[in-house]
Ligand binder design. Structure first.
Ligand SMILES: Cc1cc2nc3c(=O)[nH]c(=O)nc-3n(C[C@H](O)[C@H](O)[C@H](O)COP(=O)(O)OP(=O)(O)OC[C@H]3O[C@@H](n4cnc5c(N)ncnc54)[C@H](O)[C@@H]3O)c2cc1C
Length: 390
């Protein structure tokens, strides 16, 4: 039997207070305007950087706060619960994990302190490709060794924040899949200096998308990356990025809990104030019960998120729990979003109520960073032992 401690209620009260104070400076009007202009929330990201929150998971020896993953999750959750969109910057918190766990001492000393201070933004993570999608080991972007450089050719899609990042972690194939015994071998992680790369073998095109996630397509045409920027052993990159995925799932689950919280409070308030047929609409159980059910689902998902975080922190295996947390939290957020939208009737479509924007944003967690089906496939095939679909 494993024993881990799971706190209940409002843990990390000081952190929550500070995040709420920051969020108060970025009201709904700010996010509405950013969304309309499809701009990057530079001021919000700067405030989060200056507060040190984005360096929560970087060890103190490299200038970070060295906090547990639960504390980092609470930071993201509070942002979302208070109307902000931390997804614009959340990768700065965890993408460095690959560098931290697999980088050489020289790489860590060179980059981590600057990532912690915000001098360097590491917010881009290039994995997904247009023709291979979730089938990551089939990715086609190739890096071929040429002296003390890798020469990279290929294409990525949905690479978020590439235009606002100084560095990018890039997953490439260094040995063709036909030449490796295991298809997960032969992939490698490169740290790309975006300022050097842009216009010198890297072209970035903005992707016109449903939400303002600053996401892009990347085209590599003989991009030269120094061999010293290889993170971890050549050919073992898949393992290096997998290590970071549990952390990512636990952290984005916190954002979903924050989203659910926002939708439920917003819906409850509107249902209490809006009067139709001479009574508040919340008096009708058709309006009240979906909100109450969403609250129960949020509470259940929250317990699972706390459990996954506690296991992660204790260094225990947590792949299954991180996946379940991600599944339940993303669905709790979506059901709360739907309840909130329905509660608002036609006004749910009016931009000034912010429900439609946040509804669009909450939906993405069911697809990225991993889609619901793939989470279920993991459970069905790896946990329950049913036949594999891939
Ligand atoms: C806003 C946004 C931001 C993103 N940011 C990034 C980023 O920064 N970096 C990055 O690398 N990627 C990013 N992504 C990509 C994201 O991780 C992928 O979209 C996601 O993993 C799904 O891959 P896909 O779109 O290629 O879907 P596909 O792989 O084409 O799958 C399509 C559908 O089929 C289902 N499916 C496929 N195979 C199976 C199976 N065996 N069993 C059951 N169902 C299956 C999937 O679950 C999915 O629902 C982002 C995506 C979005 C929308």
């Amino acid at each position: 039997m494993q024993e881990v401690t799971v706190g209940l209620g409002e843990d990390y009260a000081d952190i929550r207070d500070s995040v709420r104070r920051i969020c108060a400076d970025f009201p709904n009007e700010y996010w509405r305007d950013i969304d309309k202009r499809e701009a990057y929330p530079t001021e919000f990201v700067q405030a989060m950087t200056d507060s040190g929150f984005l360096a929560a998971l970087i060890p103190e020896e490299y200038g970070g706060a060295g906090l547990p993953i639960r504390a980092a999750g609470v930071i993201l959750q509070e942002c979302h619960a208070n109307g902000c969109y931390a997804a614009a910057a959340h990768a700065q918190m965890y993408t460095m994990g690959t560098l931290l766990r697999h980088g050489s001492p020289e790489q860590k000393a060179k980059y981590l302190p600057k990532i912690a201070s915000g001098e360097l933004r590491l917010q881009a993570f290039g994995v997904t490709e247009p023709t291979t999608g979730t089938d990551t080991t089939k990715l086609k972007t190739r890096a071929v060794r040429d002296g003390d450089h890798y020469v990279v050719n290929g294409q990525k899609v949905w690479t978020s924040r590439a235009e606002h990042s100084d560095l990018m972690l890039l997953l490439v194939r260094t040995t063709p899949v036909e030449e490796v015994q295991k298809k997960t071998d032969g992939l490698s992680v490169l740290l790309v200096d975006m300022q050097q790369a842009k216009g010198n073998g890297l072209e970035i095109r903005k992707l016109d998308a449903m939400i303002n996630h600053n996401t892009t397509e990347l085209f590599f045409d003989d991009l030269r990356v120094p061999v010293e920027n290889l993170i971890g052993p050549e050919g073992k990159g898949f393992r290096c990025i997998l290590d970071g995925m549990n952390a990512e799932r636990i952290l984005v689950s916190h954002e979903s809990i924050g989203d659910a919280d926002w939708f439920i409070r917003t819906a409850s308030q509107y249902a209490t104030e809006r009067v139709v047929f001479d009574r508040p609409i919340g008096q009708n159980q058709g309006i009240q019960f979906p909100i109450a059910r969403a609250y129960a689902e949020m509470q259940a998902a929250d317990m699972m998120v706390r459990k996954a975080a506690a296991l992660f922190e204790a260094g225990e295996p947590c792949g299954e729990d991180a996946n379940i947390a991600k599944l339940l939290a993303s669905e709790a957020a979506w059901n709360a979003a739907e309840a909130c939208m329905q509660t608002h009737g036609g006004f749910g479509y009016a931009r000034e109520y912010d429900v439609e924007r946040r509804w669009r944003e909450a939906r993405v967690q069911r697809i990225a960073p991993i889609s619901t089906n793939l989470v279920l496939a993991y459970r069905g095939q790896h946990v329950l032992g049913m036949p594999r679909s891939y």
